[in-house]
Design a protein around this ligand. Structure first.
Ligand SMILES: Cc1ncc(COP(=O)(O)O)c(C=O)c1O
Length: 397
């Protein structure tokens, strides 16, 4: 008999977290490390949100709330979904959890049985395959590399669907690629699911971090998908609130009921103070998001232009989120001082060892030709980082 759980033993450590931890360790050892692995905005949580949290503490809003979230927050989430995404929900359709990660896990647990197939595309967000393992499902991954600008097509989805397909996880804007699917592209995906008993989980956490006049469109607003789609979103990225841990899901009430039940026995309600802060975030007007997005856009333009000047790098222009995901495979098989770049992991190790630059290997996202670089950091860090990357790579030219 195994002493430890075989299921949990099969789960990989999050590689994005692993890179950050390694970069922090090297920094603590005195190395001048520039870490581009971060998956969180480098802005502070806006003051009005912090003040709402302080007030919540002072007003003793510090006890358990209803498991699914306190009623005013549920109302605010319903209004957000209606006003911004054209989604119609009642309180029984909503669950507030400890971050979008938790929302996703609760929902997958609520719908999946062992052997169910879970479709998503690669490059994917690191947790989709691991969560699929946790629910004893089977990942069915549709590859879309740099040559396809990381986009899948409706025909790819058709091909991936089998009688065992339970759910399609859809993420736009995407982590790690920054791809944004247009309304027309999403409507074409919707057609694929018409009259099929397949759920869609739509992960819309980067909804507000979107550039060049692109518009976010929620697949759950398509009429015939309303009773099949669970939309998840949260405050982490849009309001620079990653540490507050609030995410929420809106979907069919029988699914939400099971997810609530699971949450009630595992974590109970999300932190009351964070809920009060999130209520402020969702209900008070603010231009902080626009400022942050504009700053991200400027950094993106700079970083993409510079990377594409570097020989051997192919970097498509991301339309959302705060990452660039670029192809470095032309360096594979090259040697310097006895070190061979074989894959995305050795590429990242080389940069970390040679120039103290932390990137995330694309293999973490299912694409070993690429690496992910976050630009949620200062312009000066970006400039220095790009210079160091260039210095490390020029030795191969
Ligand atoms: C695509 C995607 N979904 C979900 C999450 C999780 O967000 P949260 O911090 O709300 O758990 C992340 C965080 O990096 C993400 O990139």
């Amino acid at each position: 008999m195994n002493r430890l759980s075989e299921l949990i033993s099969s789960i990989e450590e999050s590689r994005t977290v692993a890179v950050s931890s390694l970069a922090k360790r090297l920094k603590a050892e005195g190395k001048n490390v520039l870490n581009f692995g971060a998956g969180e905005p480098d802005f502070n949580t806006p003051d009005f949100i912090k003040e709402a949290a302080i007030k919540a503490i002072q007003n003793n809003f510090t006890t358990y709330t209803p498991n699914e979230g306190y009623p005013d927050l549920l109302k605010a989430v319903i209004k957000k979904f209606k006003d911004e995404n054209d989604l119609d929900f009642k309180p029984e359709n909503i669950l507030v959890s400890n971050g979008v990660k938790h929302s996703l896990y609760n929902i997958l647990m609520a719908i999946c049985n062992p052997g169910d197939e879970v479709i998503f595309q690669s490059p994917y967000w690191v947790s989709y395959p691991e969560m699929t393992k946790l629910v004893k499902g089977k990942s069915v991954i549709i590859d879309a590399g740099v040559e396809k600008e990381y986009k899948i097509l409706p025909a790819d989805l058709e091909k991936a669907i089998t009688p065992k397909t339970k759910v399609f996880i859809f993420n736009t804007p995407s982590n790690p690629t920054g791809v944004v699917y247009s309304k027309d592209e999403i409507l074409a995906f919707a057609e694929v699911f018409k009259n099929k008993e397949i759920f869609i989980i739509s992960d819309e956490i980067y909804e507000k971090i979107i550039f060049d006049g692109e518009k976010h469109f929620a697949i759950g607003s398509v009429d015939y998908l309303k009773d099949k789609t669970i939309t998840v979103n949260g405050v982490s990225k849009a309001y620079a609130m990653t540490g507050w841990r609030i995410g929420y899901a809106g979907g069919p009430k029988e699914i939400i009921k099971l997810a609530r039940n699971l949450q009630s026995h595992s974590t109970s309600n999300a932190a009351s103070i964070s809920q009060a802060a999130s209520y402020a975030a969702l209900t008070q007007p603010t231009d902080e998001i626009n400022k942050m997005v504009e700053e991200f856009r400027q950094r993106r333009d700079f970083i993409v232009a510079e990377l594409n000047k570097t020989k051997g790098i192919k970097c498509p222009l991301p339309k959302g989120a705060f990452y660039v995901f670029y192809d470095v495979s032309s360096y594979y098989g090259k040697h310097v001082n006895g070190f061979e770049i074989k894959d995305s992991t050795s590429f990242c190790n080389y940069l970390l060892n040679e120039q103290n630059v932390g990137l995330v290997p694309g293999i973490a996202f299912g694409n070993d030709n690429c690496v992910r670089m976050s630009y949620a950091c200062s312009q000066s860090q970006i400039e220095e980082g790009l210079e160091r990357i260039y210095k490390a790579l020029v030795r191969f030219h």
